[in-house]
Design a protein around this ligand. Structure first.
Ligand SMILES: Nc1ncnc2c1ncn2[C@@H]1O[C@H](COP(=O)(O)OP(=O)(O)O)[C@@H](O)[C@H]1O
Ligand SMILES: [Mg+2]
Length: 219
């Protein structure tokens, strides 16, 4: 038996930090995320809080261990594709479905984020790579590598193209609204070029999330 657990075999590897395993008996899929110990404790803390609250819409931490250099997180596998792959030709049907049902998508995406914020953490790196989308248009949030407690004043950055103006320019403290902005920008990334196909209410909701002026953002 390895540390991953009895019956699990590796079925893929995205990069040196992310490997996919399946239990041959139960068909249960898990992800092993390897992080430098010096950087991994924040993500571990977020996962512990997620487990405590039994939150849906995010992976669960199933186990963790360490060696001299790395922390290993065994987390539940989220179905679907990361949102950055939505423009690939093989996902055209899913993309069309996403656009056709945009009102529903944006509603559930916001619920999912509000649910995550119950942990008391801000994600601070919401972007298409860190959102998983399944066939039923369910969106889940992954990667808590730069998350910070909402009471913390200091943050560790994020990804420029999706960051809220106050996070980029440090003109105001980041908070839940800053995450909501990044979520809006990630949804916009999918519908860009197809705006005319969105419903009026979907479009209005999207522009509220992505408002440059934080005071005017509604979340
Ligand atoms: N729980 C998961 N379920 C399915 N895929 C995952 C999961 N965690 C990570 N991945 C895949 O691995 C990629 C990188 O994972 P992530 O946690 O974002 O690592 P990094 O901190 O290196 O960005 C994601 O974009 C996604 O494709
Ligand atoms: Mg990531």
């Amino acid at each position: 038996m390895n540390q991953i657990g009895e019956g699990y075999v590796q079925v893929g590897r995205l990069n040196p930090s992310i490997s996919f395993y399946i239990n041959e008996k139960t068909e249960h899929k898990v992800v092993i995320k390897r992080i430098l110990i010096t950087q991994g404790f924040k993500e571990l803390a977020v996962y512990k809080r997620i487990n405590q609250l039994c939150l849906n819409g995010v992976p669960k931490l199933l186990d963790y261990w360490m060696d001299e250099r790395y922390l290993y997180l065994k987390i539940s596998h989220m179905a679907g594709i990361s949102l950055n792959r939505i423009h690939e030709p093989s996902h055209a049907a899913l993309k069309r479905h996403f656009i056709d049902r945009f009102d529903q998508v944006i509603f559930f995406a916001e619920q999912m984020l509000k649910n995550f914020h119950r942990t008391g953490y801000l994600h601070l790196d919401i972007k298409p790579e860190n959102l998983m989308l399944d066939e039923t248009l369910n969106l889940t949030l992954i990667d808590f590598g730069v998350s910070a407690a909402s009471t913390e004043q200091q943050t560790n950055g994020g990804t420029l193209a999706f960051m809220a103006p106050e996070a980029v320019h440090m003109t105001a403290p980041v908070d839940e609204l800053s995450d909501a902005f990044s979520l809006g920008m990630s949804l916009k990334y999918v519908v860009e070029g197809e705006i005319s196909r969105l419903s009026r209410s979907g479009l209005e909701r999207l522009s509220e999330l992505c408002h440059q002026d934080k005071k005017l953002r509604r979340y």
